[in-house]
Design a protein around this ligand. Sequence first.
Ligand code: NAD
Ligand code: MN
Length: 495
Amino acid sequence: MAQSINIKFPNGISADIPTGLFINNEFVKSSDGKTFPVFNPSTEEQICEVYEANEADVDAAVDAAEAAFEDWGFGDSSRRGRLLTKLSDLIEEHAETLASIESLNNGKPMSLARIDVQLSADCIRSYAGWADKLYGDVLPAGDDNYFSYVRREPIGVCGQVIPWNFPLLMWAWKVGPALAAGNTVVLKSAESTPLSALYASTLVKEAGIPAGVLNIVSGYGQTGQYITSHMRIKKIAFTGSTATGRHVMKAAAASNLKKVTLELGGKSPNIVFADADLDKAVEFANMGIYFNSGEVCCAGSRIYVQDSIYDTFLEKLKARAEKNVVGDPFDDNTFQGPQTSKIQLDRILSYIEHGKNEGARVITGGKRLDRKGYFIHPTIFADVTEDMKIVKEEIFGPVVTITKFSTTDEVIKLANNTEYGLAAGIHTTNINKALHVSAKIHAGTVWVNTYNDFHHNVPFGGYGQSGIGRELGREGILESYTQPKSVRVKLDLAA
Ligand code: NAD
Ligand code: MN
């Protein structure tokens, strides 16, 4: 099999995309020659095959990352910043190609893919700025005969495993802070969406980032397990399902107690109070669930609406959802593309069946589009109860439930009635109410009068079973990718 493939995208762009594993700045075949297929979710057709990393390949990637660590992690930190800035510039230069890859492979509309690419460049560039500013502390700890300080040191070789809903953006959230802090990396992309990370690897090389600093392996969960259980990987950062997160933590514990950060699932409440600006709340409710085909960990999948506006809200959201154009991601009018994989399509459709069988009322949608590709109509369920599967479990698709509430205390209880705690939305024009409810909600992120609203300086992560640790912001580098070393020096100033 060739080690790169030329893809012609529906928008006329064409690009050579490597299909090998990216180890030590070279694209190589897997050592056993094994490959796996990659699909286009809009057409259900195969795009290409890529090489699948086995245990020996992961080991080779760790060797490369280990060899690169000393120089990258303890050499000139401003050089790290310069090279990562160069990488962010190259991402922008190749934005249209990267966005096309993302649209083709993940199914998201080009309009959203372009935003993902820009956010990825912004994230890498922001962390590039941290590289030479990872200050330590001098500590007042005893009399003048003590000199105590804390250094911020990189952890070593980090393993990173990412999902398929934001293939490039999750790559950037992982790679940016890890490399800026001086770690080296072995990253596994998701099996359904390996192409953007492979293309980005060509830019890593072009930026002049030294060999071994960033290694990319393609593969399924099995490849992920070689990473999570590797004895020389010092930290694992994972984004994906809560179920897999448990396996990751177990593997880390059973191997070398590598440090663990997890960004997992959610079932986030989006609360609309009667005093909200109704049309804006409808807009954010719609975007909160249907953005990125609902394949968003923090999707506002449980909408709670105050009783006096419930009927009006329902009517308006139905009308709004039905206006979302579902279709070809390369069409400028498209808001929602296909689900990313057949597995995901089937999972969502089975939740929809559950909802119907449990007696929830379908307000709109509730089925697949009558065409090729993994498309699902934006779906609203009303008349739901808290014990229903569709209210409790993460569906990860364009499916939302709507529940009526009357008092603030009641909606706080309902919102917190979940094992997750990734995010929440509050829509109200009363600032006191907004801040009161924000304080009471058990979630790592609360959005007031907005939703799915990220910034690279604002930490993101979960309460409860939505995860451990934070990405983005200061926490996302200092706590997630450096370790403090305390040095206590006993002096003898009188001598
Ligand atoms: P998953 O958690 O199984 O996969 C995510 C990543 O983990 C992929 O790269 C996968 O190859 C890898 N992986 C799988 N098993 C592994 C293991 N044992 N050890 C190490 N790595 C492993 O998610 P999925 O099966 O693709 O999707 C299932 C559900 O997960 C979705 O329906 C959704 O609810 C949730 N999900 C959440 C996010 C998020 O952003 N939090 C992203 C994707 C999926
Ligand atoms: Mn899985």
